[in-house]
Design a protein around this ligand. Structure first.
Ligand code: MLC
Ligand code: AMP
Length: 498
């Protein structure tokens, strides 16, 4: 049996520092012993969790890594929960994934405890799991499902993307090779740990390599910039919104702070952007301020990373480079014909060992998402002078904001429950900081009134903060085509005209 190599390799890294969080440093040996205890607590006398879903709501920390590894070592499927999620959103994940046990630190247990009680799910405090007595752990073959990540898309509620241990290993090894991860690397981790960007690109690649991760519970700009100024890091990964925020911080800083931070960024061996389009102006501004040429790459929850600018060689602004090691990429025209030449746009399709196994309990959706074994990403790109450039998405109902992928349909479904709303259409509107922001055009019920602040306050109970509408237009009817169907590009124009 091959086993989980990410965890087995930790034995070789031994006492090297693995992860620091909340003022404490943990070695690779610590991670092994902590995760063994978590595994034992989860097993609770059973020999193997046999794919039981283990949900956890834990900020980026050594405890998070220990629980993820513990779930895997016990034979469970890890289901990380979003810290920004509201109760109804967490309930959707717990019920859809048929979670058997949920963990959270004591200070956060209130976020899942009452739900677990209502749904009949076992709950476990992280502190108790970390203190359990070790027990025998099962052998885990790499073809077993390892993780379910919830992703929004063209279905109204988020769906679960199932990856196996072998998928995750392929995602990690591709990036370790392409970006030359080394044991000497030091990286800050501030991205949420319910997405591949934080989980695979940052945390798992670092731990695979014997590198050191400094974890923050969220993007704490002040604390991170302080450490950057101390030249604490060799490598840095973020979404474009974060680079926009960092540019604002550098530009508004006192000269000595700006100089120290810029020197700290210049000192790094590699800085990467991804999860959303990096505007050329931001790419160039970053180089002007820090001397660093950002490496932009493209990926997706279902496939890990697929395309990347090179570590050595031209990092072209506005482009996402070429296929990563072990990843097959092709472009396909709307007609279904393969695109064999440059400068012709088509859908990106991806094949390889990193591609996910299935959507959880959605065989029909899984089937539709593949053609001849190639995964259809729904993103459109063109090959120009040997590099891919992303043009956009096929569906107007997918919004990318601050690096989070959202479904317009999911937000519409929630907003339609508002007592004043008769009908509505949600779109993504271009925004300098967030990439897209959520905006809604609504028809109100007769006699009802609605304003943006009131709608936002109502939505905050139901939707994560990045899904809350930032723009509202009241209309007497939504723009429609001749068949009476709402036309989203025309809805978007309502906002862009202002
Ligand atoms: C938050 N705010 C927003 C917003 N999100 N406003 C508009 N649009 C949004 N999307 C508002 C909040 O309501 C709040 O307002 C204020 O901004 C600060 O909120 P915050 O959440 O504290 O912001 P911040 O901590 O700065 O978070 C921004 C962020 C975060 C960019 C750091 O969103 C983030 O970590 N994003 C990364 C997501 C990610 O990892 N994606 C990868 C997916 S995997 P107020 O008024 O209350 O102050 C993937 C595959 C791949 O895509 O290729 O990697
Ligand atoms: P997610 O499903 O959250 O993993 O988001 C994946 C989506 O993010 C992709 O399908 C793309 O639409 C988008 N994306 C990721 N990286 C990039 C990039 N470098 N440029 C443009 N879009 C990107």
């Amino acid at each position: 049996m091959a086993g989980i190599r990410l965890i087995e390799r930790a034995k070789d890294h031994g006492d090297a520092p693995a992860i620091a969080s909340r003022g404490a440093r943990h070695s690779y040996s610590d991670l092994l012993s902590l995760s063994a205890r978590v595994g034992a607590a989860l097993l609770d006398g059973r020999p193997d969790l046999r794919g039981e879903r283990v949900a956890f709501l834990i900020p980026g920390s050594a405890e998070h890594a220990a629980v993820q590894w513990g779930a895997w070592r016990a034979g469970g499927i890890a289901v990380p929960l979003s810290l920004a999620a509201t109760e109804p959103e967490i309930e959707h994940v717990l019920t859809d994934a048929e979670v058997g046990v949920a963990l959270a630190p004591r200070r956060l247990i209130g976020r899942v405890g009452p739900l677990c009680e209502r749904l009949g799910i076992r709950r476990l405090a992280v502190e108790a799991a970390l203190g359990a007595n070790p027990a025998a752990l099962p052998g885990i073959s790499t073809d077993r499902p390892a993780m379910i990540l919830y992703t929004s898309g063209t279905t109204s509620r988020p769906k679960g993307v199932v990856t196996t241990h072998a998928n995750i290993e392929a995602q990690i090894t591709s990036l370790v090779e392409a970006w030359a991860w080394q044991g000497e690397d030091r990286i800050p981790l501030f991205l949420p740990l319910h997405h591949v960007h934080g989980i695979v690109n940052v945390l798992s690649c670092a731990l695979w390599s014997g590198a050191f991760v400094e974890a923050f519970e969220s993007f704490d700009q002040e604390a991170i910039l302080k450490r950057v100024g101390e030249k604490a890091y060799t490598i840095f990964m973020a979404v474009p919104t974060i680079y926009v925020k960092l540019i604002q911080a550098l530009e508004s800083a006192m000269p000595e702070d700006r100089q120290r931070w810029a020197a700290g960024f210049a000192h790094m061996r590699l800085m990467i952007s991804g999860s959303a389009a990096l505007p050329v102006s931001i790419h160039e501004k970053w180089t002007e301020l820090t001397g660093q040429t950002l490496l932009e790459r493209y990926g997706m929850t279902e496939i890990g990373m697929a395309l990347s600018n090179p570590l050595s060689g031209e990092r072209r602004p506005g482009a996402v480079g070429q296929a990563l090691p072990g990843v097959d990429v092709r472009l396909v025209a709307e007609s279904g014909d393969l695109i064999g030449t440059e400068n012709e746009a088509g859908e990106i399709q991806v094949r390889g060992p990193a591609v996910f196994a299935e959507y959880w309990k959605k065989p029909a959706v899984t089937k539709e998402s593949f053609v001849d074994g190639w995964f259809r990403t729904g993103d459109v790109a063109v090959l120009e002078d040997g590099y891919y450039r992303i043009l956009g998405r096929q569906s107007v109902d997918i919004i990318k904001t601050g690096g989070h992928k959202l479904s317009a349909l999911e937000i519409e479904e929630v907003l339609r429950q508002h007592p004043a709303i008769q009908e509505c259409a949600v779109v993504g509107v271009k925004d300098e900081i967030w990439g897209d922001t959520v905006a809604v055009a609504a028809v109100t019920r007769e006699g009802a009134s609605l304003d943006l602040a009131g709608l936002q306050a109502w939505a905050r109970e139901r939707l994560s903060r990045h899904k809350i509408p930032r723009g509202l237009k009241l209309v007497s009817d939504l723009p429609r085509n001749a068949l009476g169907k709402v036309t989203k590009p025309a809805v978007r124009e309502l906002f862009e005209r202002v």
